[in-house]
Design a binder for this molecule. Structure first.
Ligand code: PMP
Length: 384
């Protein structure tokens, strides 16, 4: 096999750090090592820089700085928001609503509240496009519902959920708070935080560093802090903050939003190219919907092969893709989203997720498609 360069098509999982972010990180680390809570000038300088970062993020997201808490990533943000709201409002009600296709950090938070703390959780079903029904949401709201959590963009197939409409339904029919996991929406599709009470974001999905996230919580929301122990982050999250990560978040977000149009244009082009080529392959069924979908994700199934065989085949050809959410990749369970869509066994077992970014090229897409077709010829049909 010729010595080819690796091709990375797993940008839903994580992304390379932007060179500008890396440069700033290298500049900051040797100088700004003091604890941001310290009362000497070195500490105060860092604290000021973090607050400037918070202000600039607030401006970019059109929220107020004190609504922003820096976290270690969206898994923490989702846990802190969901459990924090459920616990703080338990005297008001113990019913919660989410969807059956959320990221595991959301689903497992609800599962824990249900199994270990006796909350009642409604998991909304999805249709063949992986989308919830606003009518089912409306019918599920009860007098004791305190929280509804719905992801904006599904991380396995890219479906965009009707979050604005959901927000209107929740506000008109209940007193529940509305949380949106914005991880796969940020920098990729337009979003408006006026419609939500709380939101989660992650830096490493938008060319930032890992271990860096945000939770955004509006002032009216009653929420309990899960990590107590210090006055950091307005008392909402104890522990010495990773100040440099928090400073870098602002730069990451500015760069990502600044390149929004260019990224979207290139990714749409690649998506259309890959999609139309996949449609010509008889063994392939595209699982991502056609409408109301993020162009950054294409999920498809090969009905004659398993995901494992396909992943290995791509991997030996140095093409890096995923089978499902990477956070579930070590379990043998089928994809959460595709299972909730009630797809056939063949489609569940043979799914592949391509995570496109603007750094990918048509040539890379063509190599992916060529390798896929070669795999289908090599393994024949059906394999299993
Ligand atoms: N929510 C969604 C929709 C995601 O895709 C991810 C990342 N796989 C997360 C939450 C968790 O983010 P993090 O890696 O920052 O913990």
């Amino acid at each position: 096999m010729p010595n080819l360069n690796p091709i990375y098509f797993d940008h839903v999982s994580s992304t390379p750090v932007h060179p500008e972010v890396l440069k700033t990180q290298a500049e900051l680390y040797p100088i700004h090592y003091a604890n941001g809570e310290a009362l000497h000038d070195a500490g105060r300088t860092i604290a000021d820089m973090v607050e400037k970062s918070r202000e600039s993020i607030a401006n970019l997201l059109s929220v107020k700085p004190d609504m922003i808490t820096f976290t270690s990533g969206a898994t923490e943000s989702n846990n802190a928001i969901i459990k924090g709201i459920a616990f703080a409002n338990a005297d008001k009600g113990r019913h919660l609503i989410t969807t059956s296709v959320e990221h595991s950090s959301v689903l497992e938070s609800f599962k824990q509240l249900e199994d270990d703390f006796g909350f009642e959780v409604t998991y909304l079903s999805v249709d063949q496009d992986g989308r919830i029904s606003p009518d089912e949401l409306k019918a599920s709201l009860k007098a004791d519902t305190t929280l509804v959590s719905i992801m904006h963009v599904n991380n396995e197939i890219g479906t965009i959920m009707p979050v604005e409409l959901c927000s209107k339904i929740i506000k008109a029919n209940s007193t529940a708070y509305f949380h949106v996991d914005e991880v796969q929406a940020i920098g990729k599709i337009p979003f408006d935080l006026r419609f939500v009470d709380a939101a989660s974001m992650s830096a490493h999905k938008i060319n930032g560093v890992k271990g860096s996230g945000l939770m955004i919580v509006k002032p009216k929301v009653k929420i309990l802090s899960l990590i107590t122990g210090g006055q950091q982050e307005f008392g909402r999250r104890g522990g010495t903050a990773n100040a440099i990560n928090n400073i870098l978040f602002a730069k990451t977000l500015r760069l990502s939003l600044g390149e929004f149009d260019r990224h979207l244009k290139q990714v749409k082009l690649l998506n259309e190219h890959i999609r139309s080529s996949l449609l010509e392959i008889p063994e392939v069924i595209i699982n991502s919907p056609i409408n109301e979908v993020s162009p950054f994700i294409i999920n498809f199934s090969v009905t004659s092969l398993t995901s494992e065989v396909l992943l290995n085949w791509f991997n030996v050809h140095k093409i890096y893709v995923s089978a499902q959410s990477t956070c579930n990749s070590k379990t043998k369970h089928a994809s959460i989203t595709l299972s909730a869509m009630h797809l056939s066994e063949e489609r569940l077992n043979g799914s592949i997720r391509i995570g496109i970014s603007a750094s990918n090229t048509i040539e890379e897409a063509d190599r992916l498609l060529k390798v896929l077709k070669e795999g289908l010829i090599k393994y024949g049909s059906p394999l299993r």
